[in-house]
Design a protein around this ligand. Structure first.
Ligand code: ATP
Ligand code: FE
Length: 335
């Protein structure tokens, strides 16, 4: 049984994963706190993590009908993320591990995202993994656990960041992804020709900073926006941004000859993204694997799941080796 923590950004996440596959996956969202400020304030996020993590852990154990003494391994996200936030989870996990003599497994947050779609499914290598989140837009060729080749990535903003920034320009609330997703359902995705960065570039890299500038100029030139203007901009932006992800991902899948494509990270909750990837997969005969919705944005179940792959090799009781690593690259040694 694994007890896992993720405090990499603004969600305090605790999960219990049992060896029979049953789980408890709890998230204490700080959105209300950060909404008022228009984005995540790291010091505030850390303080909120510290306030709730102990109670959330108690609740997770209670819901799992488990005692701390039954936990075989603890696991925690060590990076990447906001340093003050990471420190809370890492310190809490180390203290618990030390006081209860439970081995601790350090997990890379993005490895959590990479494997989340395969929770309760067979893991077959190689696969192409598109991670689309608040900080990443990365295309990985995953050849095995710990074997990740970056095929492409954003050269500037992450796509989730673009959703958040465009929402802000439209006067919508934080985080922007879910609102844009909702408003797009009634918007006209063909009304505005939103730029698709690096569309004609042969690489599998992406660029989303141009979108932000384009929307900014558009909003300035249009003056007062009606509700339908906002929905049309949202829908046009969403379609343009997701379509370029679909196009480049499947092009890479064909070039690398992979039969499985997975998409994960917060933006993989997007309803248009889920439809567009599923449809393209069907057309191209490539299996598309998406995470269950509760494993799209940050959660600790994906951390527990990743920790469950090689617990005996990766766990340590030398807790001083485990540190918060805010900028750690995927595939680097964690301890
Ligand atoms: P990283 O994983 O790169 O460290 P993060 O952990 O902050 O970044 P996630 O929690 O995985 O990112 O994802 C958050 C992002 O997902 C936000 O930018 C948010 O706007 C976006 N998002 C959430 N739901 C949706 C949605 N339905 N449609 C589009 N984007 C969404
Ligand atoms: Fe994340």
């Amino acid at each position: 049984m694994i007890l896992a923590f993720d405090t990499s950004c603004d969600d305090t996440a605790v999960a219990v994963l049992k060896d029979n596959g049953n789980y408890v996956n709890l998230i204490a969202s700080q959105i209300e706190v950060h909404k008022a400020l228009g984005g995540v304030v790291p010091e505030l996020a850390a303080r909120k993590h510290a306030e709730v993590i102990a109670a959330l852990t108690k609740e997770a154990l209670h819901k799992a009908e488990a005692e701390l003494s039954q936990i075989d391994f603890l696991s925690v996200t060590v990076g990447p993320g906001l340093l003050p936030s990471l420190l809370v989870g890492v310190s809490f996990a180390k203290a618990l591990a030390y006081s209860h003599s439970v081995p601790l497994i350090a997990v890379h947050h993005i490895e959590g995202h990479i494997f989340a779609p395969f929770f309760k499914r067979e893991l077959i290598f190689p696969f192409l993994s598109l991670v689309v989140s608040g900080g990443h837009t990365h295309l990985f060729l995953v050849k095995g656990v710990g074997e990740y080749e970056i095929i492409g990535k954003t050269l500037d903003d992450a796509v989730g960041e673009a959703f958040d920034k465009v929402a802000r320009l439209l006067g919508l609330e934080y985080p922007g992804g879910p609102v844009i997703d909702r408003l797009s359902k009634t918007g006209d995705p063909y009304r505005f020709k939103i730029p698709q960065g690096l569309k004609h570039d042969k690489s599998y890299n992406f660029s989303f900073s141009g979108v932000k500038t384009y929307v900014k100029n558009l909003v300035n030139s249009m003056g007062n926006l009606s509700k339908s203007d906002i929905s049309d901009i949202a829908a046009s932006f969403q379609k343009a941004s997701i379509d370029i992800l679909v196009e480049k991902t499947f092009k890479a899948a064909t070039e690398y000859g992979v039969k499985i494509v997975s998409i994960s990270g917060g933006v993989s909750a997007n309803s248009y993204l889920r439809e567009a990837f599923a449809e393209a997969g069907k057309q191209k005969g490539i299996e598309v694997v998406l995470p269950p919705r509760e494993m799209t944005t940050d959660n600790a179940l994906m951390i527990a799941y990743r920790a469950s792959f090689r617990p005996f090799e990766e766990a340590t009781t030398e807790f001083s080796l485990i540190e918060a690593k805010p900028s750690i690259k995927v595939g680097s040694k964690l301890i």
